[in-house]
Design a protein around this ligand. Structure first.
Ligand code: LLP
Length: 431
């Protein structure tokens, strides 16, 4: 077994060839072309069952939601719905998408930020629980109607995670509201006759430290206590956001979800009792942990250029996977048709986009590679396709779902018509 495949049972090395469940990467590339996103259904199910049972074992009164933004493919949403998760939507279309995938409205959360009036009205009309991000949004929402439940996202000042750009709390973060304004918002909602309340925070993404989840829970309970004391509201739920991390590098630690949930639930039970908070539900809305390591990109080497450095040019680029260009994020790269080859040379793996940030790996030790070789980028199930673009007028890739021996296309590769989309050229500009 190639050591890069650590902790990912759905990937295997069969005689030097990469298999996703029981389908070979070479077969997928032949059948669907490259670049393609490939997802393992069993891995998505395994990940969600793991978090669900960790949460359920730690506390009786809990609910797990999937953050749709991590990967909004309808087939993936359907898998998570069938695993009985709820859906956390970032905007009206994600609410509609979740509904199309069969999530009922009591299993949809709407955690948007900087909502427009139209978005707030849409949220109200759909009857889903909304986590509001500002006093302004609270005032506007209460003007438009009386929600059956009212919840605010606070900025608790502490965060976790190491990637710059993935820290969502503290004075530099645009997310959440201050304590003073949060309290004012609950007072207004109470005055308006709202009877049910929730409390929300989402402070960081890709956290590998188990203690973080307890720390954030503890902080939220203290905040809940202050709000309860000052306004008299009782909370139906305390939502600690997402943030469960995955190890993108082979030498990174693996998050022990069971431990993380146990620690959080312990602090939760103690805090609820100590502050006399009633019987709130502990809620969690991870994205990355559920789908991140279940996806890979298959791409083909088109050009090898021996310039000042060796550049391996592939047919995927920053338009396919933005994370390396945007966050300097690391993704493991495997030679999918030659897994047993020894690393021999430092090379850079680059895409076809006219930007020098279009590099998946810089000076990385990889085996000797040849044109037409197939490469796999790991851990691209979350924030992969969802952040893809048509930059340089490139088509978004196809997405394929693998389940045992089955490989099914769940999104076709785009053509020029999809890229052109709804553009219109005024008649006067046509010859
Ligand atoms: N809840 C809310 C309100 C969120 O904004 C997010 C992610 C989540 C839950 C899920 O967080 P997770 O469990 O996936 O950490 N594009 C970045 C990640 C941005 C995350 C944005 N919010 C990346 O590629 O790493």
């Amino acid at each position: 077994m190639n050591k890069l495949i650590r902790n990912r049972d759905f990937l295997s090395n069969r005689g030097g060839k990469l298999f996703i469940e029981n389908v070979s990467a070479e077969f997928l590339a032949r059948k669907f072309g490259t670049p393609i996103y490939v997802y393992s259904e069993s891995r998505i199910r395994e990940n969600s069952q793991r978090v669900k049972s960790a949460l359920a074992a730690a506390t009786e009164n809990s609910q797990l939601f999937y953050a749709v933004k991590a990967n909004n493919n309808l087939s993936i949403l359907s898998i998570l719905r069938s695993e009985n998760l709820g859906a956390d939507a970032a905007g009206p279309f994600e609410i509609e998408l979740a509904q199309r995938a069969g999530f009922s409205k009591n299993k949809i959360l709407y955690s948007g930020v900087f909502h427009s009036d139209e978005e707030l009205k849409f949220g109200l009309k759909s009857g889903v629980a909304i986590n509001l991000d500002s006093l302004s949004a609270a005032k506007r929402l209460l003007k438009f109607g009386k929600p059956s439940l009212f919840s605010m996202r606070v900025n608790p000042g502490i965060s976790g995670g190491k990637i710059r750009g993935l820290i969502f709390a503290g004075s530099d973060a645009k997310f959440g509201e201050s304590m003073t304004n949060t309290i004012a918002a609950y007072r207004l909602a109470k005055k308006r006759g709202v009877k049910k309340f929730g409390l929300h925070a989402m402070t960081g993404s890709c956290v590998l430290d188990e203690n973080y989840f307890a720390a954030i829970t503890e902080k939220l309970l203290m905040i809940a206590n202050t709000i309860q004391k000052k306004t008299g509201v009782k909370f139906k739920f305390i939502d600690i956001g997402g943030g469960l991390g995955i190890p993108y590098r082979t030498n990174e630690k693996i998050l022990n979800v069971e431990k993380a949930m146990k620690l959080a639930a312990k602090v939760f039970a103690a805090g609820v009792a100590k502050f006399n908070l009633g019987n709130p539900k502990l809620m969690l809305e991870p994205g990355r942990f559920l789908v991140g390591d279940a996806g890979i990109i298959l791409m083909k080497i088109q050009t090898i250029k021996a310039a000042a450095k060796t550049f391996i040019g592939v047919d995927a680029g920053m338009q396919t996977l933005l994370r390396p260009a945007l966050y300097d994020a690391w993704h493991e790269i495997l030679p999918a048709n030659n897994l047993n080859a020894q690393n021999s040379k430092k090379i850079s793996v680059v895409g076809p986009i006219c930007e020098n940030t279009d590099q998946f790996a810089r000076n990385r030790l990889l085996p000797k590679l040849a044109e037409k070789d197939l490469l796999a980028i790991l851990d691209t199930g979350a924030y992969g396709f969802g952040m893809a673009s048509n930059y340089n007028t490139r088509a978004k890739p196809a997405e394929v779902l693998v389940s045992g021996e089955k490989a099914e296309m769940i999104r076709e590769r785009e053509g020029l018509n999809e890229i052109i989309g709804k553009q219109k050229v005024p008649k006067r500009l046509k010859k």
